[in-house]
Design a protein around this ligand. Structure first.
Ligand code: ADP
Ligand code: MG
Length: 246
């Protein structure tokens, strides 16, 4: 008998409005353990909002979101508990400039998880090695390139040992020559089995690394499937999007 893959993230008919602006219009999708899902779509289609709803940086108006057993739509949600399970990395790295790379990473585990300092340090060195920056523990953010800073931001998120990682256009502010090193780290995480949802403009990455691609248009999941949909879109909207994007 085949055992169904464990659903880690599930959105059901999610609606989100900002005032009169109806940004998410009945968004539903599921992500199973170890899956890599790429969300693509035009600017303003609701990609970031969908991601932000998943770790409750935004609340939803209608519908349900379940993440690692948390009822995210529930008014009584324990946000701290949710965010221990869900890491998020943004376009901007938001590292503390006055702290070393190591201190930036140990801050979460020691304060949020109350991990002993020595253990947090070991963990930080471990996650830094995973993003290829073991030698930068004592550096300050300003001494690093944008690509390195973004890898530190990913390491900081990994140090919280999340079940799911969300990435919102993490390479968009990087020069092209620094994009590759960040994508490589994400590809490695994917290969290690991390469950990931990423909003990206990197079509080659979506095609090569994602298990599922979600094309959002006007606040809806317009098209969804394996990366093959990028080569063979069913809708004129996706056809136009990949036509412009490739
Ligand atoms: P995307 O990430 O696909 O570019 P977003 O989810 O950021 O799209 O935004 C979708 C729409 O919602 C846009 O029109 C944007 O201006 C609007 N929006 C996003 N966040 C807010 C907010 N906090 N307040 C008001 N409008 C917002
Ligand atoms: Mg966005």
């Amino acid at each position: 008998m085949q055992v169904a893959a464990e659903t880690v993230v599930h959105l059901q008919s999610v609606h989100k409005r900002f005032g009169a602006l109806h940004v998410l219009r009945g968004v539903s999708f599921s992500v199973t353990k170890g899956q890599v899902v790429a969300i693509i779509g035009k600017s303003g289609s609701g990609k970031s909002t969908a991601l932000r709803c998943i770790n409750r940086l935004e609340s939803v108006d209608e519908g349900q979101i379940r993440v690692c057993g948390h009822q995210v739509h529930d008014a009584g949600l324990d946000k701290r508990a949710l965010r221990r399970d869900v890491g998020i990395v943004f376009q901007s790295y938001n590292l503390f400039p006055h702290l070393t790379v190591l201190q930036n990473i140990t801050l979460g585990p020691t304060s949020v998880k109350r991990m002993p300092a020595a253990q947090a340090r070991e963990l930080a060195l471990d996650v830094l090695a995973r993003v290829g920056l073991a030698d930068k523990a004592g550096s300050y953010p300003e001494q690093l390139s944008g690509g390195q800073q973004q890898r530190v931001a990913i390491a900081r998120s990994l140090a919280m040992q999340p079940q799911v990682m969300l990435f919102d256009e993490v390479t968009s502010s990087l020069d092209p020559e620094l994009t590759g090193e960040v994508l490589k780290v994400m590809e490695k995480l994917a290969a290690e089995g991390m469950t990931m949802i990423l909003v990206t403009h990197e079509m080659a990455f979506a095609r090569n690394v994602a298990d599922q691609v979600i094309f959002m248009h006007q606040g809806q999941v317009w098209e969804q499937g394996d990366p093959e949909i990028l080569a063979n879109p069913s809708t004129p909207e996706l056809r136009q999007f990949v036509g412009n994007g490739l």
